[in-house]
Write a protein that binds this ligand. Structure first.
Ligand SMILES: NC(=O)c1ccc[n+]([C@@H]2O[C@H](COP(=O)([O-])OP(=O)(O)OC[C@H]3O[C@@H](n4cnc5c(N)ncnc54)[C@H](O)[C@@H]3O)[C@@H](O)[C@H]2O)c1
Length: 461
């Protein structure tokens, strides 16, 4: 009784300023009887998929163009805060005359869904909007396809899981990195058992994004405020690993976490001092500029370690501030070998290794040719030519192909709502661990035990 009262009060307090939905939905792991487990869920096949797009900034406009390039698709609505972005996106699409545009106010995307009845809604807005938009989209009858991360609080992640289970609508976090050539090949090698039993992984998002600080006003790709206008504030507002899913998503699927073989159990986390954003603000911005008046409380480099139910470990790092070349680590260690990224490297154990104490070389560079020939994932082999120019080395197009194929055939999507929730939960859980001096934090089981019966992602041909 007390708990119910608390939930009701907290929900009211969480209403957004425009009143359209609970921003910090306080729904928890309490499940109603009318909820359906969504791992492996098959929705009705959709022959011609109608899509609407919320947010067509740097990312959303790429999704709109990629979606538009496939057969059996129809775009019905595009919304953004900026008229110019809506118009530019629509003018680049086939059948532009029948696409309705919505811009100006921050809640017109709801009107768009109500008026255009899309089968799917692509959500590519800033992180704090994802949960309320995904939940409302599903409640209005659409599958939600949400940019990374799915949400950044545990309450919002539960809100999304519960909404998906209640509405029986898919909610897939669009983790495109799982469709990269290297990641697909590593998945293939792991599934073939060639590196034995998996015991450890390393994942990261190390990407120097300091330049985004110049996007606050009118200096982004199209002269309007860009990603850095909201993302820079996140380093002051939140702590911990703020962008875990690009590195973690592939490693989690190599290990089949939340899918029968193992699951997320706990995480410990610590961060370095915070230096880079202050230095950047001081060097390039006026002392009255917003960036010189923020407390960048998040450490520049966050390092966390996850332990799984069956004892595997994953080291996961995040750094969007320090001067260093890009990496996602992408390392997976098995009992018979190891695979690593940035640059791609492969090592298979052999009798010679076991009989000697040496510094064994990786297979890398030109020597990888044979490995690619043998182990490139069938999806990559099939789609590489078509999707090469779709974005991020082709992974964006392969992801879009699979989303469309699964929806058209009525198959489960490759990433279920629980995986999006587990991968994104690293942000709030790492923050909590840091706040408690590095104490372990338990992952909520978003599947409520059903991961034990959820099939691992197979090798799709
Ligand atoms: N997977 C990837 O490779 C990848 C790459 C870049 C960005 N992203 C993710 O994509 C998302 C968007 O990032 P971005 O770089 O495109 O940001 P952006 O700032 O360029 O674009 C966000 C857009 O959302 C619009 N928007 C915000 N609130 C809105 C509302 N209430 N109604 C309608 N439109 C609204 C803004 O006007 C803006 O045009 C983020 O979650 C980011 O993490 C993913």
């Amino acid at each position: 009784m007390k708990r119910r009262k608390f939930i009701n009060q907290a929900s009211i307090a969480g209403l957004s300023f425009s009143g359209f939905h609970l921003l910090n939905s306080c729904e928890t792991d309490i499940k109603n009887n009318n909820q359906t487990y969504m791992g492996g869920f098959k929705a009705n096949p959709i022959r011609e998929i109608k899509a609407a797009f919320v947010g067509v900034g740097d990312r959303g406009r790429i999704h709109a163009r990629n979606f538009n390039s496939f057969q059996g698709t129809k775009i019905v609505g595009v919304s953004d805060l900026y008229e110019a972005r809506v118009k530019e996106t629509i003018s680049s699409l086939k059948a532009e005359k029948s696409i309705k545009g919505y811009w100006g106010k921050d809640n017109l995307w709801i009107k768009m869904i109500e008026e255009t009845h899309p089968d799917v809604v692509f959500i590519s807005t800033n992180w704090d909007n994802h949960a309320s938009m995904a939940i409302k989209s599903m409640e209005l009858g659409s599958h939600a396809l949400v940019e990374v991360p799915l949400a950044n609080t545990i309450e919002d992640l539960w809100g999304i899981v519960n909404a998906s289970e209640k509405t029986r609508k898919h909610c897939m976090m669009l983790e495109n990195v799982n469709y990269g050539r290297e990641e697909l090949m590593f998945l293939n090698i792991c599934r073939k058992g060639l590196i034995g039993e998996l015991i450890h992984g390393e994942a990261s998002y190390i990407h120097d994004l300091r330049g985004q600080m110049f996007q606050k006003d009118e200096t982004s790709f199209d002269g309007y405020p860009g990603t850095g206008s909201w993302r820079t504030r996140q380093y002051a507002k939140n702590i911990g690993n703020l962008y875990p899913t690009h590195g973690l998503g592939p490693v989690a699927q190599y290990m089949s976490l939340a899918r029968k073989e193992d699951n997320f159990m706990k995480i410990v986390s610590l961060s370095s001092p915070s230096k880079g954003r202050y230095l950047m603000a001081k060097k390039y911005f006026d002392k009255n500029h917003e960036w010189n008046n923020l407390e960048f409380k998040n450490g520049d480099i966050n390092t966390s370690i996850i332990q799984t139910t069956y004892g595997k470990t994953i080291m996961i790092q995040w750094d969007e501030t320090s001067p260093r070349p890009y990496t996602r680590h992408n390392l997976i260690q098995g009992t018979k070998g190891a695979l690593a990224g940035f640059p791609t490297r492969v090592f298979f154990d052999s009798k010679e290794n076991q009989n000697s104490i040496g510094y064994f070389p990786w297979i890398e560079g030109k020597d990888l040719l044979e490995i690619y020939e043998k182990y490139d994932h069938p999806l990559y082999q099939k789609l590489n030519k078509k999707t090469a120019d779709s974005g991020h080395g082709g992974m964006d197009g392969i992801m879009m192909y699979r989303v469309i194929e699964c929806l058209q055939k009525g198959e489960p999507l490759d990433q279920n709502v629980y995986e999006g929730a587990f991968w994104s939960a690293v942000t709030p859980l790492s923050a909590k661990s840091i706040d408690t001096g590095g104490n372990p934090q338990k992952f909520p089981d978003f599947t409520r035990g059903k991961w034990k019966n959820t099939e691992p992602l197979g090798i799709i041909v």
